[in-house]
Design a protein around this ligand. Structure first.
Ligand SMILES: NC(=O)C1=CN([C@@H]2O[C@H](COP(=O)(O)OP(=O)(O)OC[C@H]3O[C@@H](n4cnc5c(N)ncnc54)[C@H](OP(=O)(O)O)[C@@H]3O)[C@@H](O)[C@H]2O)C=CC1
Ligand SMILES: CC(=O)[C@@H](O)[C@H](O)COP(=O)(O)O
Ligand SMILES: [Mn+2]
Length: 395
């Protein structure tokens, strides 16, 4: 009987975190939970900890410490709370693999802590690689740990290249659903609401990534993520819109052959593959039925309407701290859009302006990334405040 894989989940209460726990629940003979974390959702974290009895839990919101500690008094779990709680809980967990399922820049520190603790990382938090790709890849190499993609497109590519030499990869195609506003004009987009933007056609996900899908920033972030995961140049990464989200991505090889990975839109499959790699475990996930999808279609992204994809390629070409600046500005505008402070189209304008004015560092250290993130947020927030009045009067 093989030893059970010991798992830490950063962001256990979110969309990826809860689906990861479904995968673990379905395979108790393979997996055991060692660490769980939440931002503020103490109720769910407590229920998860009572069910899975991890060695450690972390709650970022310090005010929830006593509540979580009291609720887990009958469970052999150490509770950490506050700013460094996730790093501490990871270090003390003894896990073999960490699922990085936090959202945004907040995922970087805990993911680095998992790597430093010698854990493999099942990476959903794409922002970690967008912000500090070189640093993360170097640290993973130094500690001899694997970065296993969870993002559906990157998992698809990873599955397509198993057994292939890196030198035979000519290019990759990342598929994009096109989001809820595929085919819409800029005039239409100027009045769309948060509720409309949150209605993804195929996937149920957290709010931030759902807005990123609607603006195509998600695909921009994924282009940068792919560069680091698969050691590719920007010109080797293309985006193709595929509204059915069945073909999760494709790889073209030097002989012209293309491999694709297909399946129903269900994140449990890429999560499970990352946890069992190099094995492919059985599952009872719902199977694809050709009768339900008589046509799988593909079209070019509308980059004249959705400007974020070009901004992401620009950040990738500039390198250094620019992808970090792009990411921070994007986090600010997405939060502002969700609060009704800026309109849909203003998001790209503010990101673009932030990238123009924020200082660029060619070879950043971790401290430089933290500062670039802070400075970009400051600039973007200032631009949000400036445009807020104009947007609200126009509404
Ligand atoms: N959802 C999906 O299907 C997919 C997601 N991804 C990527 O995976 C990552 C997670 O996405 P998703 O699960 O949708 O996000 P959610 O918003 O659903 O979940 C985020 C998780 O992170 C926690 N969290 C958020 N902010 C902080 C913080 N500052 N400190 C500590 N914990 C925090 C939340 O805790 P709490 O619940 O307490 O707020 C929650 O557990 C993102 O990077 C996303 O791009 C990639 C592909 C698909
Ligand atoms: C499930 C997943 O990996 C998401 O990143 C998804 O791809 C988002 O859909 P879009 O293709 O609309 O960005
Ligand atoms: Mn994706």
């Amino acid at each position: 009987m093989e030893k059970k894989k010991q798992i830490a989940i950063l962001g256990a209460t979110g969309s990826i975190g809860t689906q990861a726990l479904e995968v673990v629940r379905a395979c108790p003979e393979r997996f055991e939970i060692r660490m769980l974390s939440a931002g503020t959702n103490s109720d769910l974290l407590i229920r998860q900890a009572i069910e899975f009895r991890p060695k450690t839990v972390a709650i970022a919101d310090e005010r929830k410490y006593h509540e979580v500690k009291a609720a887990l008094s009958g469970v052999p779990t150490t509770v950490f709370a506050g700013r460094d709680a996730m790093e501490e809980a990871i270090q003390h967990s003894g896990a073999d693999i960490a699922i990085s399922a936090l959202v945004g820049f907040a995922g970087l520190g805990p993911t680095l802590a998992a790597i430093e603790a010698g854990m493999d990382v099942a990476l959903a938090n794409k922002e970690t690689l967008v912000v500090a790709g070189q640093l993360v890849m170097d640290l993973a190499a130094k500690h001899g740990v694997k970065l296993l993609p969870v993002d559906s497109e990157h998992s698809a590519i990873f599955q397509c290249i198993v057994g292939e030499e890196h030198s035979v990869i000519e290019k990759i195609y990342l598929t994009a659903s096109g989001g809820p506003f595929r085919g819409k004009s800029r005039e239409y987009l100027s009045t769309v609401s948060q509720e409309q933007a949150l209605r993804h056609p195929n996937w149920v996900m957290g709010a931030k990534i759902t807005i990123d899908s609607a603006t195509l920033m998600n695909k921009g972030l994924e282009v940068i993520e792919a560069k680091w995961l698969f050691k590719l140049q920007a010109r080797q990464i293309d985006v193709i819109v595929h509204p059915q989200s069945i073909v999760h991505s494709l790889v073209q090889f030097g002989d012209g052959s293309i491999k694709a990975q297909l399946g129903l839109p269900d994140m449990k499959l890429p999560i499970q593959y990352a946890l069992t790699y190099p094995d492919r475990a059985k599952s009872n996930f719902k199977r694809f039925n050709f009768a339900e999808f008589p046509a799988l279609t593909f079209e070019q992204p509308d980059t004249g309407t959705f400007l974020n994809l070009a901004l992401a390629y620009r950040a990738l070409e500039a390198g250094g701290s620019m992808p970090c600046v792009l990411n921070a500005a994007n986090e600010i505008v997405v939060a502002a859009f969700l609060k009704g402070e800026v309109g849909f189209l203003q998001m790209s304008d503010i990101i673009s302006e932030t990238m123009e004015v924020c200082e660029h560092i060619a070879v950043p250290s971790l401290v430089d990334y933290v500062e670039a993130d802070r400075r970009s947020r400051e600039i973007a927030a200032g631009l949000v405040t400036k445009s807020k009045g104009i947007y609200q009067i126009a509404k």
